[in-house]
Design a protein around this ligand. Structure first.
Ligand SMILES: *[C@@H]1O[C@H](CO)[C@@H](O)[C@H](O)[C@H]1NC(C)=O
Ligand SMILES: *[C@@H]1O[C@H](CO)[C@@H](O)[C@H](O)[C@H]1NC(C)=O
Ligand SMILES: *[C@@H]1O[C@H](CO)[C@@H](O)[C@H](O)[C@H]1NC(C)=O
Ligand SMILES: *[C@@H]1O[C@H](CO)[C@@H](O)[C@H](O)[C@H]1NC(C)=O
Ligand SMILES: *[C@@H]1O[C@H](CO)[C@@H](O)[C@H](O)[C@H]1NC(C)=O
Length: 354
């Protein structure tokens, strides 16, 4: 090998190495910075302040900054068979709220309420106030709206249920990226009677807590140190019996709060502390995939998670009668089962709805 060629190779290798080391170090630094920010968030929320929900919710005071009117259904005794929908949203999510208003909210009576906190941006907050006047369906509560504060939002939702429609049969908690089918929910709820009604949703049985700080569902040991969570209902949407709302809220004041609202309210408080029943329903699709087929989707009480346009399209298709779900029209699946091959690639859950 000529010396010229050798030095060319050495030069190339060292440049590659330097670039590699540079990239590696910047990546590491970013990672450390992200981790530091995330830790800071948790300290802000949980350790410098309080883990006592009472301090935020203030059960003996009216705290809502914007409070919607009580709907007629809740004044005249008709609420006994009604479900009240509450949707967690954030001040900036106007578009998501509009998609919900023009889709599934149309089938709900009373119309769903949106629950949110405030953000340090007066322009957004002014727009939100206008929107609230226009639709009278927004509850703004007095807390800083961030993802780690979601447990506060759900706590305020319980509180508002008690001031808006305490005698309703069920309260449904949902996020603003889910599509609900109020007719299916109504049918589910109609089947429940008597005392000790269950909470209903997608049941997770004792999963391990997420310990990776970059996970959306991260929870540090100092907030929850057991190896497993109790069984709980998945957060995008679940039903709580109206008669249990006050009990759950009161019990939650005795327990130091954690950032995962579903684990906290349905698992730790309702199931562990109050011995309430959590009922799994196959109709809660807390994951979503077109694989399940649109005809299965039609029978779902809840679908998570959908982009705005996806929700609009799907809703229009389901309600404008274009979808033909008679058995001959289920496409490939029915072709396969017609010749005796089980459609194993489809999720069984989605099609076996009782
Ligand atoms: C609620 O539904 C039950 C069972 O369908 C019925 O007996 C009852 O009268 C209904 N209550 C009201 C207030 O509509
Ligand atoms: C959560 O909300 C409380 C009450 O408004 C606020 O003091 C706190 O800073 C918020 N925490 C985070 C991490 O946003
Ligand atoms: C929160 O404060 C209330 C009222 O001071 C108290 O009764 C409750 O036990 C406290 N909860 C926790 C988790 O410390
Ligand atoms: C919890 O509830 C179940 C049935 O709902 C009942 O059999 C059991 O005795 C209850 N346990 C406690 C400790 O109350
Ligand atoms: C759906 O398909 C079935 C079977 O082909 C047909 O009999 C029925 O008329 C169709 N319904 C609609 C609304 O198109």
């Amino acid at each position: 090998m000529s010396p010229k060629r050798a030095s060319l190779i050495v030069g190339f290798v060292s440049v590659t190495l330097v670039v590699y080391v540079y990239l590696f170090i910047t990546w590491q630094l970013q990672y450390v910075e992200l981790t530091r920010k995330k830790r800071q968030d948790f300290y802000n929320l949980m350790s410098w302040q309080s883990r006592n929900l009472t301090d935020f919710i203030q059960p003996d005071h009216r705290t809502c900054v914007i409070c919607p009117k009580v709907p007629d259904v809740c004044r005249d005794g008709r609420e006994a068979n009604t479900t009240i929908f509450f949707v967690t949203t954030s001040p900036t999510n106007r578009e998501k709220r509009d998609v919900i208003r023009s889709t599934w909210a149309q089938k709900a009576n009373p119309k769903p309420f949106f629950v949110t906190g405030h953000i340090p941006d007066s322009k957004t907050m002014n727009l939100l106030e206008e929107e609230a006047r226009l639709y009278n369906d927004i509850v703004v509560e007095d807390f800083v709206d961030t993802y780690v504060n979601l447990t506060l939002k759900t706590g305020f939702m319980f509180k508002n249920f008690l001031s808006i429609c305490p005698k309703a049969k069920y309260m449904m908690k949902c996020d603003d990226d889910v599509m609900v089918n109020p007719n299916v929910v109504e049918a589910l709820v109609a089947k429940v009677a008597g005392p000790n009604k269950p909470l209903i949703g997608r049941l997770f049985v004792s999963p391990e807590p997420f310990r990776d700080i970059h996970s959306k569902y991260y929870i540090p040991y100092w907030l929850y140190d057991k190896p497993l969570f109790p069984p709980y209902l998945s957060g995008p949407g679940y039903l709580v019996p109206g008669e249990s709302v006050q009990k759950i809220l009161e019990e939650s004041f005795k327990e130091p709060l954690i950032n995962l609202e579903d684990v906290f309210f349905t698992g730790i408080i309702a199931m562990e502390k109050l011995n309430m029943t959590l009922q799994n329903s196959k109709r809660f699709f807390t994951y979503y995939s077109m694989q399940m087929g649109k005809c299965a989707v039609q029978k779902a009480a809840l679908l998570h998670h959908l982009e705005d346009k996806e929700m609009l399209d799907l809703w229009n298709e389901i309600w404008n009668g274009k979808l033909n779900c008679s058995s001959k029209h289920q496409g490939f699946r029915s072709v396969l089962s017609g010749i005796g091959i089980p459609p194993f690639f489809l999720r069984k859950n989605s099609l076996d709805l009782e």
